[in-house]
Design a protein around this ligand. Structure first.
Ligand code: UTP
Length: 299
C-alpha cells in the first residue's frame, strides 16, 4: 500500500511573527484568500494523502474548526443565494480524514513529530510543516515524487530540498550530499541553521519529508539543543550516522517554498499570492505599479 498519511505539526509558538500570533495560530494567518494551513492540506490532498494527523496545541483550536463541515454556514449561504461563497467552502468536503493529537509542551519540531508515534505506529508517513506552502497557490507535486522515491529506492527517509542563497543558510536545516547535480540525492549529513562557513552545501530542507518509523527511534536517541528543543534535523543526522538510506528530492526550479514563519517571508508570500490572485491579481499589479510610480515621483 502506498503512503497516504501525513503528520502536520502546527503546535509551534510562532514567536517570530508576534504580535500576529498572540491569540491566533501562525498556521491560520491569511495568505491571499486562504489560511496557510488550508494550502498545506490542499497540496497534500492533491498528492494522494487521505489521512492527516495534526500535531496541535493550546490556542490552536481554530485549525480543527477550519476543517469542520459548518452546516449552519452552508445553510445560511444557500438560503441567501450566495452560491459563490458556497463554492469557497468546497475544501471542507475534500476526501480527507482528520486526526488530532496535542503536543503539550513546545519542545521543538522533532518532539512534535515524536508525538505522532503512538498513533502512526509502524507505518511510513509524510511530514508536512503547517507553516510552509510549497509552490505558488500550493501547486506542487513534490510529495508524490518523494513517496515514489521512498518506495522505489527502499529509503528510510526522503527529504525535499531547495537551494538557498549562501547568506541564508543560517535560517534552515542544510544537508550534505554526494553529488548535488543529480535529481535524487544521497544525503550524507544534516545540520540545523549552520553558519555560512559550517554549511556543507546550499541545499535547505524544504518543509516536506517522508519517514519510515525508524525516525522515532532516531528522535528518542537525539539530544536536545542548547534551548532544550528536540530538532528534527538532528534526528535525521542520527539516522544517517546509523547507516540509514536518506535521500533528497529537489523542488523543481519553478517551484518555491513559502515559509510564513518570519515577517520577511510572510510579506513576500502574501504579496506574490495576491499579485497572482485569479480575480484580483491584475488589479493588484496595477495598484502596486501606480503606488511605486507615485513614490518614485515624490523622491
Ligand atoms: P518553527 O520551527 O518555525 O517553530 O516551526 P515555531 O516555534 O512555530 O516558531 P518561532 O521560532 O516561535 O517563531 C515549524 C513548524 O513546526 C511546528 C510549527 O507549528 C510549524 O508549523 N512546531 C514547531 C511544532 O509543532 N512544535 C514545536 O515545538 C515547534
Amino acid at each position: 500500500m502506498t503512503i497516504n498519511i501525513a503528520i502536520v505539526p502546527v503546535a509551534g509558538l510562532g514567536t517570530s511573527v508576534l504580535p500576529l500570533t498572540k491569540s491566533q495560530p501562525k498556521e491560520m494567518l491569511a495568505v491571499g484568500r486562504k489560511p496557510v494551513v488550508q494550502y498545506v492540506v490542499e497540496e497534500l490532498a492533491s498528492n494522494g494523502i487521505e489521512r492527516i494527523l495534526f500535531i496541535t496545541a493550546q490556542g490552536k483550536s481554530s485549525i480543527a474548526a477550519h476543517f469542520d463541515i459548518d452546516e449552519n454556514l452552508i445553510q445560511y449561504l444557500r438560503e441567501t443565494g450566495r452560491e459563490t461563497n458556497l463554492s469557497e467552502l468546497a475544501f471542507e468536503r475534500q476526501d480527507i480524514e482528520y486526526f488530532y493529537t496535542r503536543q503539550r509542551r513546545q519542545l521543538g519540531l522533532g518532539h512534535a513529530v515524536l508525538c505522532a508515534e503512538p498513533l502512526i505506529g509502524k507505518e511510513p508517513a509524510v511530514v508536512a510543516l503547517g507553516d510552509s506552502i510549497i509552490g505558488r497557490h500550493a501547486s506542487s507535486s513534490i510529495v508524490s515524487r518523494m513517496i515514489d522515491t521512498f518506495e522505489t529506492e527502499k529509503a528510510d527517509a526522503v527529504i525535499a530540498l531547495e537551494p538557498v542563497a549562501p547568506r541564508d543558510v543560517d535560517q534552515y536545516g542544510i544537508v550534505a550530499v554526494n553529488d548535488p547535480s543529480l535529481d535524487c540525492l544521497q544525503i550524507t549529513g544534516a545540520i540545523e541553521k549552520p553558519t555560512t562557513s559550517e554549511a556543507p552545501s546550499n541545499l535547505s530542507i524544504a518543509a516536506r519529508y517522508v519517514f519510515s518509523p525508524a525516525i522515532y527511534d532516531a528522535l528518542e536517541n537525539t539530544t536536545t539543543d542548547r534551548n532544550g528543543n528536540l530538532q528534527l534535523t538532528d534526528a535525521i543526522s542520527n539516522l544517517i550516522d546509523q547507516g540509514a538510506n536518506v535521500l533528497g528530492v529537489k523542488l523543481s526550479p519553478d517551484v518555491k517554498r513559502y515559509d510564513i514563519g518570519n515577517f520577511d517571508s510572510y510579506f513576500k508570500t502574501f504579496l506574490e499570492f495576491t499579485l497572482t490572485d485569479p480575480e484580483f491579481g491584475i488589479e493588484m499589479q496595477s495598484y502596486v505599479r501606480d503606488y511605486l510610480g507615485q513614490q518614485a515621483e515624490q523622491k
